[in-house]
Design a protein around this ligand. Structure first.
Ligand code: BGC
Length: 874
């Protein structure tokens, strides 16, 4: 009998998620081990829909064929608040498997008319610059015990809710950062257990967050979205008597100041525990100092989450604590990360404990220059309350903290660091026999984690933390392998499309805020950054087979290319436009990262050709022939223009740089084979000449090893990869890095922090090489969307004697492990049920395989030009 399938999952949601926004969520299921000749021929879905009053209707739907990923919703459209379970069983032509266990999900509020609550907040004048964020509260009666209760909440600013003195849920920084002018996300919580028959109290902490807090560099902006904080709270209760009671935020609620004096994402939080009444969100007879709220209007569309929330996902304990004297301590958590400190509160009132954060130390003290103007300082004034204290509405990027004002001896048991980011599911792993490479890869994972904080940010520590489009564009292939990022990024891409439609421009960061200099510059299409509109949906589709995501983004992709096309004009060359170019090329002066070796217009034109080509492919996938044909033609024209402008007859490029050769090769822009051979040979020569020193910035870095591989210069690719002097990927590892640095030399070889403005120790862009580690070093990549067909093509080289990677594909886990024993290459691959694969080993003919475990062994000749290298990964 066919084994039982796993419980179905819905869209990109975690099992059991509440408050999703899809009325027709697509379903996916995985099949565990099955006989080698097993093939799903049909599936049956048993769908049970439960309305909030507890009545359930079940239906069974048969689907013929092999599909098991993001299958269209087979039942009737779901309505707000309905709970759904889905079970699947599969047919292999002979018999049916047992039914899977049920997968479940609950629908949120789908229609604007579902919302009866009002946005309410403290009634304060618009000009009050430093108004403390404040709190809200209300009381209500429940005639009987709740059977089911849901709390729907969002805010202008940030909100954390308490019911009868208990915190609701474990989500952080709710509602996250979307393009608030267009879309505002809400969260849904099951609060059944927090309510009681009779009187109940609800309280809401408010924080400035992205709504009103300081955002951006060069002083930045405050009150970007509004002057006033407000929360929208709707509590829907069904009692055991089946009575429906709705409690909403409205003009009867009250607002009051609290112990939180300031709260800023960049600067930290100031909390005076002496002002804290820990019973504030409980029922009480007397209320002092609470006043009537003001009702605020809202213009954004309220949307449900498509990805996971932010949470504390791990706690780090101190590795060392150094006594600096006078109640001052420096604590090393051993790992750069995003999060906050949780500290035990000394119970003697009136101590001012300051917690400062930094990524690095210099001469044993915190070095805060990389934070630029972000204060990253949390202040706790102690009161009489016992227990832990942790700031609520701030987040920092750090490895070290300085604690001052601590009474007595600071011990490891007094504090932990709470690692906070979007709670993404891990999907990919890599290993190799080179310990430095393993550390490099681990650093990539930590930089991803530190920067997937609701939106994909550039860095977690300084006065930016913006959704820089270029950083994500180059890193998306790595991210999509390492974590399940599709739900989170599909929200961000919708924001991108919304901003783009309004601005007629893909801004360099999303959500867009009008920071200088970008607010005053011409809205030129900025290559590699704006190309995210085409390339990231494409990458996500390849990883997950989510065609609907492509369909949703295709207009944004078309508009982007149209913009580039009109800026380039009939020459098809992107001259005279604002460009970042090969940002942070190591040869650029520290104070001018724009001054890269590679001609920025070459970069822009190469991207134009590549994105037009990928857009044509997207058109093809969506069955939109007009897009496919138009952009195929355009891509060819740009390619020709590129070749005649930048390629010299001998295969040299007008910019004789690693990045220029990398772009031309990986984006397939050489006019003929001879120039490609000569060009890639030149790239290999440049690498040898620099003894393996990398010379690329954000643009060339993700491509250079691929270009060398494609050109048959694998040993130079490994030379770059395993180089340890500055600049190289492994130099930071040897300098003690625990994350990927923004620049190759954030710490210079003399151990000093680079004085340039772009000196973060936690930017993922240069870690984009991990995509090459996965696809080429380990040798696993999708050869069909969603890994329905997998390509295993490990390319051993350098000092490695073994490597491997595994990835939880939509079908289940796929893995490759290889080992060199003298000249024998031994390879183990594993293919999940429902997928198939091609195994391409060096000097061997490709082999087609189906699901299951497979072993291969071949004699390896010294790496040579490989006709089988592929361009599919980019
Ligand atoms: C950010 C980047 C970004 C760049 C663009 C920087 O300040 O940190 O990573 O892509 O600006 O110019």
């Amino acid at each position: 009998m066919t084994p039982r399938p796993f419980a179905p999952t819905f869209e990109h949601h975690a099992p059991g998620r509440l408050g999703i926004g899809e009325a027709r969520p697509r379903l996916s299921w995985r099949l565990a081990d099955a006989a080698p000749d097993y093939r799903q021929q049909a599936a049956e879905l048993r769908i049970a829909i439960t309305s909030p009053d507890g009545t359930t209707a079940t239906s069974v739907h048969r689907l013929d064929g092999e599909d098991q990923i993001l299958v269209d919703w087979p039942a009737r459209a779901l309505r707000s608040r309905e709970g759904v379970t889905a079970q699947v069983r599969v047919f292999d032509g002979v018999g049916w498997s047992p039914w899977s266990y049920p997968g479940s999900i609950e629908i949120g509020l789908l229609d604007a008319s579902d919302w009866v609550a009002s946005f309410v907040g403290p009634d304060e004048p618009a000009s009050s610059d430093s108004a403390p964020p404040g709190r809200l509260r209300s009381e209500f009666e429940l005639p009987s015990v709740p059977m089911r209760a849901r709390l729907y909440v969002t805010a202008h600013g940030l909100a954390e809710v308490e019911l009868n003195g208990s915190r609701v849920g474990d989500e952080e920084l709710t509602p996250g950062w979307t393009s608030y002018r267009h879309r505002l996300r809400y969260a849904t919580f099951d609060v059944t257990d927090l309510l009681q028959e009779g009187p109940n109290a609800i309280g809401v902490w408010l924080g400035d967050g992205w709504w009103r807090g300081r955002l951006g560099f060069r002083g930045g902006l405050t009150r970007v979205y509004g002057d006033h904080l407000a929360a929208l709270v709707q509590l829907e209760v069904t009692t055991t008597e089946n009575e429906r009671i709705v409690v909403v935020s409205d003009d009867t609620w009250q607002a009051g100041a609290g112990p939180m004096l300031t709260s800023s994402l960049y600067d930290g939080e100031h909390f005076d525990a002496r002002l804290h009444d820990s019973a504030w969100s409980r029922i009480r007879s007397r209320l002092d100092g609470w006043t009537t709220v003001a009702v605020r209007s809202n213009t954004a569309t309220l949307v449900a989450p498509t990805g996971p929330p932010m949470r504390c996902v791990e706690e780090l304990t101190p590795v060392t604590i150094s006594d600096k004297g006078g109640g001052r301590w420096i604590v090393d958590f051993g790992q750069n990360h995003s999060g906050r400190i949780r500290i035990t509160m000394p119970t003697t009132p009136g101590h001012e404990i300051r917690i400062r954060h930094a990524e690095v130390l210099q001469a044993g003290e915190l070095c805060t220059e990389p934070l630029r103007s972000a204060e990253a300082t949390d202040v706790l004034v102690t009161g009489e309350t016992e227990g832990w204290w942790e700031p609520r509405f701030t987040i920092h990027g750090y490895r070290y903290v300085e604690i001052s004002g601590w009474p007595g001896t600071l011990r490891p048991s007094h504090l932990v660091s709470r690692v906070i980011h979007t709670d993404l599911a891990r999907r990919g792993w890599f290993h190799s026999s080179n310990a430095l490479l393993e550390k490099l890869h681990e650093n990539v994972v930590w930089s991803l984690r530190s920067n997937f904080v609701d939106i994909p940010t550039d860095c977690p520590q300084r006065d930016e933390r913006l959704g820089w489009t270029g950083d994500l564009q180059v890193f998306a292939p790595s991210a999509a392998f390492l974590y399940d990022v599709t739900g989170m990024l599909s929200s961000w891409l919708q924001d991108l499309a919304a901003e783009q439609a309004e601005l007629e421009w893909v801004p360099p960061y999303v959500p867009y805020i009008s920071l200088e200099p970008f607010a005053s510059l011409p809205r030129d299409p900025m290559a590699a950054w704006g190309d995210v509109a085409v390339l990231t949906p494409d990458v996500l589709h390849m990883a997950t087979a989510d065609l609907a995501l492509l369909g949703r983004q295709v207009d944004s992709a078309v508009q982007w290319i149209k913009h580039v096309e009109s800026a380039a004009g009939p020459t098809r060359i992107c001259h005279d436009t604002e460009q970042f170019g090969d940002w942070l090329d190591p040869a650029a002066p520290p104070d001018n990262p724009f001054e890269a070796t590679t001609d920025r217009y070459l970069v822009a034109t190469a991207y134009f050709a590549h994105s037009a080509k990928r857009l044509a492919a997207i058109g093809e996938l969506l069955g939109q022939a007009e897009i496919a044909n138009r952009y195929e033609r355009l891509a060819d024209e740009v390619r020709d223009a590129y070749a005649s402008t930048y390629v010299r007859p001998n295969g040299r490029l007008t910019s004789d740089s690693q990045t220029a050769y990398a772009l031309t090769t990986v984006f397939d822009l050489w006019p003929d084979e001879e120039s490609e051979t000569a060009g890639t040979a030149r790239l290999a020569e440049l690498v040898r000449r620099s003894s393996g020193g990398i010379a690329t910035g954000f643009v060339g870095t993700p491509l250079v090893c691929d270009a060398l591989t494609l050109g048959g210069h694998l040993s130079e690719a490994y030379q770059l990869l395993e180089h340890t002097e500055c600049p190289s990927w492994l130099y930071p590892v040897l300098m003690g890095a625990t994350t990927i640095w923004e620049r190759w030399d954030s710490l210079t070889p003399d151990g000093l922090v680079n004085t340039g403005q772009m000196t973060s120790f936690n930017h993922y862009a240069l870690g984009a090489v991990s995509d090459w580690l996965h696809r080429v070093v380990a040798g696993i990549e999708p050869a069909a969307p969603g890994y329905r067909h997998i390509r295993f093509a490990p390319r051993p080289g350098g000092t490695l004697i073994e490597a491997g990677a595994r990835h939880i594909t939509p079908y289940g886990e796929a893995s490759v492990d290889w080992k060199l024993e003298d000249d024998r290459l031994k390879v183990h691959v594993s293919v999940p049920v429902g997928a198939s694969a091609t195994v391409e080993l060096p000097d061997s003919d490709p082999v087609e395989i189906r699901h299951g475990d497979h072993e291969f062994s071949t004699t390896i000749v010294t790496p040579a030009r490989s006709p089988t290298a592929s361009r599919t990964g980019r």
